[in-house]
Design a protein around this ligand. Structure first.
Ligand SMILES: *Cc1c(COP(=O)(O)O)cnc(C)c1O
Length: 458
């Protein structure tokens, strides 16, 4: 019999989580204006809102924190982090930032101007937010297969090369400051990009002399999928694969809250000295001096260790297989989920789950709320609420997919928690015919409304 995967760690400390009653949850979610972001965490039993900054650090990381150097300039912890990032990514210049979107803010302040186009695979919401905030446009060139939730394409994060080339050909070079490749592609479901696609995108970018940047929040998970699914990579280590991927680009932004295995942090890494210099100015203005950029010395120390641990095969296997375990359970129960399963999350297809709720009534949001009410589980809507309004027409944008994301924090929950989530969803699924109406938005922010929008039940 083939041995099952098992976590390459054991538990040293536990944190209590509280169960609640159906009556309590109905009251709490109403008080939160039916926005799951408004719930305090003690009202949540299993929190799969995000895998961002919610993972458990190792004893080695906690140990490194004690050795953090809090010097304003030239912190040893920074130098160590710089060395680790250079070793793992191959990029020469490093700027720490307080998280991923801060890295985007700094980089785009240097590169993106009004009227520009920024093509790539599906841009993450903060990436898109930072592009649109500068009155520029994010052009989504993801392959069409990404939007068919049952299509088993192994690399649904891939860029459609023809779509990309058309954008680069039809527009003046000055109008396209960079191409962004998000690995894994969060917005299309944590789906990986193949090495071949990375190479092809890189070649097109070189042909049109446009820099290629990675939004690399989950670069290690992407490397794991390449190792498992792409010919020629079976015998390479995760570190070798990640480094090869980065070698085809000019730089990266990183949310260390994902594959950095820390609770807060980010960075920019790149090769072009001129761009680095421009970024330095904004980094000092927005983040802090260039050797800490919004991070504590101790946090940079923990990040160095985290990047090393996150790029080890055994860790990645247990992480990604745990996510797949939940996915397989849901498939067994007939619950419609996106396949193949993403690296960090399972995505429930609300269009198939509750077609009875009109799209204008935010069916995926309605399903996410039900998941909370029935099981105390906090997922997140990735659908019309998140897609926000068109910045020019101000009309609701209806994306192809209406999803509820269950993002699994790293090294945090057990297999029993996965079983619990699956059964709650099965029970909701069995009574889905009763769901007829959803919600209306009664209050929303002009940009990235999902964080603070208030809803009312119809
Ligand atoms: C989380 C994330 C970001 C933003 O990072 P923060 O640390 O949350 O600011 C950007 N891109 C991708 C792909 C992400 O997953």
């Amino acid at each position: 019999m083939k041995l099952p995967y098992a976590e390459p760690y054991k538990i040293k400390m536990v944190e209590t989580i509280k169960r609640s009653t159906l009556v309590q949850r109905k009251k709490w979610i109403k008080e939160a204006h039916f926005n799951l972001f408004n719930l305090s965490s003690d009202k949540v039993f299993i929190d799969v809102l995000t895998d961002s900054g919610t993972g458990a650090m190792s004893d080695k990381q906690w140990g490194a924190m004690m050795e953090g150097d809090e010097s304003y300039a030239g912190s040893r912890s920074f130098l160590k982090l710089k060395e680790t990032i250079q070793k793992i990514t191959g990029f020469e210049y490093i700027l720490p930032t307080h998280q991923g979107r801060a890295a985007e803010n700094v980089l785009f302040s240097a590169l993106v101007k009004e009227g520009n186009l920024v093509p790539g695979n599906s841009h993450f919401d903060t990436t898109k937010g930072h592009i649109e905030f500068r009155k520029a446009t994010a052009v989504d060139c993801t392959i069409d297969e990404a939007f068919e939730t049952t299509n088993l394409h192994p690399f649904k994060g891939n860029v459609n090369l023809e779509k990309l080339e058309k954008v680069l050909k039809d527009n003046p070079k000055e109008n396209i400051p960079l191409v962004i490749l998000t690995i894994t592609c969060n917005s299309s479901g944590g789906q990986p990009v193949s090495m071949q696609n990375i190479k092809d995108v890189s070649q097109i970018c070189k042909k049109y002399e446009i820099p290629l940047f990675f939004d690399a929040a989950r670069f290690a998970e992407n490397a794991y999928f390449i190792k498992l699914r792409e010919a020629g990579y079976q015998d390479k280590t995760i570190k070798e694969i990640a480094k090869e991927a980065f070698s085809y680009g000019d730089g990266m932004t990183m949310s260390s809250k994902k594959d950095g295995l820390v609770n807060m942090g980010g960075f920019i890494a790149l090769n072009n000295e001129e761009t680095f210099k421009q970024c330095t100015v904004f980094n000092i203005m927005y983040e802090g001096f260039i050797t800490y950029g919004g991070m504590n010395g101790r946090d940079m120390a923990a990040l160095s260790v985290g990047l090393d641990e996150a790029t080890e095969f055994n860790f990645l296997e247990s992480r990604i297989e745990q996510v797949a375990y939940l996915g397989k359970k849901l498939v067994e129960f007939g619950v419609p989920v996106q396949q193949p399963f993403g690296g960090h999350a399972i995505f429930i297809d609300a269009n198939k789950f509750v077609p009875t709720i009109p799209r204008e009534e935010y069916r995926a949001q309605a399903l996410a709320i039900e998941l909370y009410i029935i099981g105390g589980i906090r997922g997140v809507e990735i659908g019309t609420v998140l897609a926000d309004r068109d910045p020019f027409t101000r009309k609701n944008r209806y994306p192809d997919l209406e999803l509820v994301r269950l993002a699994i924090p790293r090294r945090t929950y057990s297999q029993n928690h996965m079983d619990y989530i699956a059964v709650v969803l099965k029970n909701i699924y069995d009574s889905r015919a009763e769901a007829k109406s959803g919600y209306i938005i009664v209050d929303e922010a002009p940009i990235m409304r999902h964080f603070t929008a208030k809803f009312e039940k119809i």
